[in-house]
Design a protein around this ligand. Sequence first.
Ligand code: DLL
Length: 432
Amino acid sequence: MSDLIFNKQIETMPKPELKELQLKRLKAVVKHTYENVSHYKQALDAKKVAPEDIKTLDNIRKLPFTVKNDLRDNYPFGLMAVDLESCIELHASSGTTGSPITVCYTPHDLEVWSEVMARCLSMSGLTTSDIFQNPIPYGLFTGAFGFHYGAQKVGAMVVPSGGGQTERQLQLMKDYGTTFISGVASYAAYLGQKATAMGMDPAKDLKVRNGLFGAEMFSSGLKRKLAETWEMDVHDIYGLTEMCGPGVSTDCDQHDGLHLWEDHFLAEVIDPKTGEPVGVEEEGELVLTTLTKEGMPILRYRTRDLTFIYDGQCDCGRTHLKHEPIKGRSDDMLIIRGTNIYPSQIEHVLMQKPAVGTNYKITLYTEGIMDQMLVEVETKQAIPEAEKEMLAKEIQTAIKAVITLTPHVKVLNPGDIQQDTIKAKRVFDERR
Ligand code: DLL
């Protein structure tokens, strides 16, 4: 059994007790939303469901789903279940389309967020002796604060280095002897690349030995490249603004799926087309209900994130269910000449190539009446043009074998692909 369990009583709670706790909390949260949020009162009334109708966990299926547009339509405070005076912090997701998703936290909500983050960080190896550097922008994005609160709760020394200023980040790592880093997956990759470009070997010249990353899909290949570059143990953390921010789930030292904190979140997996539950261990869309949130509780939130759940015994001793790393979002799916393609399939192929770096870009465009795909990818180190061409051909063949379409492939030098958003923008759809 792993010895880095932050809250042993809860994290290893026998399954029947955990289910009992979930049911008690589900009943309470349904009552709380029904009585305090007019959107939910109307939605439950429309389905002729009363809070008293929730008698078993399966009864959750009687409840309406919540979708992103419900949050946008009620922007900014329409889904609050308490007065604004009861809240002490606000966060929002970037909202590249439409209004941002805004959430408010009561002191209790912040306490829960810190607790789940402390569990995730401990599970990834964080202890009181770590120097924990947090290279995420401190602002409306939930990332930085979630990690900050959780790491302090564990008792590590937090270096709140914030986002950007990559060279300075690396200097701070050196000066302070940083042992643990967090962040958005693609930025961690960029940090490694920048260190190499500055003549540093992250594995030898820095003391970082653990990393906890998330906020976007990152394939097992990218995890492996990060682990090799830094000689560190890489963990994956999942979360979303609507639930709390980061802290919904993380993988334990078995690296076989992410444990989801079932005492605070109730998970379902549905077929995104029909809304019906999928079979055991079948892939579908993750739907989450907050079980303990006071400020902005959410029932049956359709995350659009694709995964599957498995609920067996884990060797780490934790009893909370596991899900596969997120494969992508149902709305990420690209349809090119009638073929369905997920960007994760392309990342997977690219990351198998040892000469390939960690940054890439996919552009879709129209030529005549045909859809075309251009995959641009950086190498790990600069290589001669002739080798680039050979590598491009190899990648083209490997991608074709997976998606059945032939992409155009361009191999570039490290640092050639611009990356200036918090989360990497990988796909550019310029089709007419
Ligand atoms: O990205 C919270 C977060 C910050 C998680 C830092 C982990 C680390 P949002 O901006 O609301 O919140 O975006 C949530 O990001 O629905 C997924 O599509 C995606 N996502 C988050 N974590 C992962 C992950 C934060 N580990 C959306 N793997 C989610 C894949 C992820 N996708």
